[in-house]
Design a protein around this ligand. Structure first.
Ligand code: HEC
Length: 462
């Protein structure tokens, strides 16, 4: 409403953020866990004077930098780029509150990059102790950026006391901070071991070396899995009531919860039986399988975490369709089209007949020809509903959700979305605008599926 609309066909713009974020998260956790792996293991290799292991670690460091710095940085910038376009009001709110947090994060990020490059390019040219120290500086700087960024993403799910006292620290130390940092730190350890396994199963040719790598990385992976479980349970307990209810109400989330539980158990069992008890199992096939299972578990977890953030995109602050809750009463009076900078400009330019001296005139809207009313309905749909619903095909497509519905049924949901499903934001327009949107929706909804017998006189007769 306050910004131009970014229409992403089929997917909807928030789902595009989700896709890019998942691609980023799979690497950013490795960027943290891999740092600890390199610091701990180079120290161990120096101490045991294991030159084979050292040269493997150097190879791994190259792979690590390539993946985390190049790919990680590109997808990271991709996330910022997309959220700014897809969720401008939420991004604005985050920037206003957390600009200091980002400043800290950038310092940590620069420290990380410099340390990573020194660690790799000065390999063999530094004293052993200094080399390991640089490794530790990298690892802690990376963990620190995880901590800061997690505080901001955790804030979106549960802002805690922030709506009463809007300070930086109130937002930072929100109820979701510790559980999410715990789960993400665990995820970092687990994913790092899975990346190490994958890389080593192709690159470490010597059997004894492979066995060593495998058993050294098994313990952090198992601890990581445990931290994910503890963090996950705590995450659930620290959810706002609406999110817990969303988790219970959506069938897809019920299934995904079972799926993530099964995947976590499977990864745990594979780690225990494979690397921990029988290091000989280490083949590319096995490491690919366990890696993909880990990736599937992390992706599912991120999806669930995002999906329960409804109806707010920032809890108690910004609604999922880029409106502030406190704006709703005025918009219900003066109209959504009139309230938005871009919608108002559009109506005055393309539908001057609906504009009177005071702006968009609600009564005049309904005197426009039907095709124009439906076009304005489409505009309302985009701004008000398209964050969560595709149109005719794609993610949660509205045409299929309302298939076979009558005009009255659709109008009731349009005027009271939050009563139909508590995870939808309330209607933020006038009754006239609700009619425009309903006319548009009725027009795109397909008829009831044919060939069915309802037994009430409708549809096919037996
Ligand atoms: C914050 C996200 C969000 C927004 C914004 C949103 N919805 Fe929904 N809506 C949902 C979810 C989630 C469902 C459940 C269906 C699903 O899971 O696909 C749903 C379901 C529906 C249904 C099916 C209702 C039923 O009883 O089965 C209709 C109709 C609907 N939405 C209309 C709208 C309209 C019209 C708007 C805009 C005025 C809107 N929604 C805005 C999230 C949203």
């Amino acid at each position: 409403m306050h910004y131009p609309w970014w229409y992403v066909p089929f997917l909807t713009s928030p789902m595009l953020i989700a896709a890019i974020s998942v691609l980023h998260v799979l690497v950013s956790h490795y960027a943290v866990g891999g740092g600890f792996f390199l610091a701990v293991e180079t120290r161990y290799a120096y101490r045991t004077k294991n030159t084979d292991y050292l040269s493997y670690l150097k190879q791994h460091a190259w792979f690590f930098i390539l993946i985390t710095v190049v790919y990680g940085a590109i997808t990271g910038v991709g996330v910022w780029w997309t959220i700014g376009l897809a969720s401008p009001l939420a991004t604005e709110t985050l920037i206003h509150n957390f600009v200091f947090g980002w400043a800290i994060e950038y310092v940590a990020f620069i420290l990380e990059i410099v340390a990573a490059f020194i660690f790799f390019y000065y390999w063999g040219r530094l004293k052993e102790k200094t080399h390991v120290t640089i490794g530790w500086i990298y690892a802690w700087a990376a963990w620190f950026s995880l901590f800061v960024i997690t505080a901001i993403t955790a804030f979106m799910l549960n802002t805690g006391a922030w709506h009463v006292n809007r300070g930086f620290w109130t937002g930072f130390f929100n109820p979701q901070l510790i559980p999410q940092v715990l789960a993400r730190t665990g995820g970092a350890f687990l994913l790092a071991s899975l990346y190490v396994y994958l890389h080593a199963s192709f690159k470490a040719k010597d059997r004894a070396l492979r066995d060593l790598i495998e058993s050294r990385s098994a313990r952090p992976a198992l601890w990581g899995a445990l931290m994910i479980v503890v963090g996950g349970v705590w995450w659930y307990l620290a959810l706002p009531e609406s999110s817990r209810a969303a988790l219970a109400a959506a069938s897809v989330l019920n299934v995904l919860m079972v799926f993530i539980f099964a995947l976590t158990v499977a990864v745990f069992v594979m780690l225990y039986l494979g690397p921990y008890r029988n290091p000989g199992w280490f083949t590319p096939g096995f490491t690919i399988l366990i890696f993909l299972s880990g990736v599937a578990a992390v992706t599912t977890g991120e999806y669930i975490r995002e999906a329960v953030r409804k109806p707010y995109i920032i809890y108690n602050a910004v609604l999922g369709n880029q409106i502030l809750p406190e704006e709703i009463p005025a918009l219900r009076k003066s109209g959504y089209l009139e309230g938005g900078v871009w919608t108002r400009a559009l109506v005055s330019k393309d539908y001057p007949k609906a504009v009177s001296g005071t702006g968009v005139d609600e009564a005049l809207l309904l005197t426009l020809p039907d095709t124009e009313q439906r076009k304005l309905g489409a505009v309302l749909f985009q701004y008000h509903c398209n964050d969560c619903h595709a149109i005719e095909a794609g993610y949660s497509p509205i045409a299929h959700l309302t298939r076979g519905w009558t005009f009255e049924m659709i109008r009731v949901v349009v005027e009271h979305p939050e009563k139909s499903h508590f995870f939808m934001p309330p209607w933020a327009g006038t009754r006239e605008e609700a009619i425009l949107l309903t006319k548009y929706l009725v027009n795109i909804a397909p008829a009831h599926p044919a060939g069915m017998y309802y037994g009430n006189g409708e549809g096919r007769t037996p």
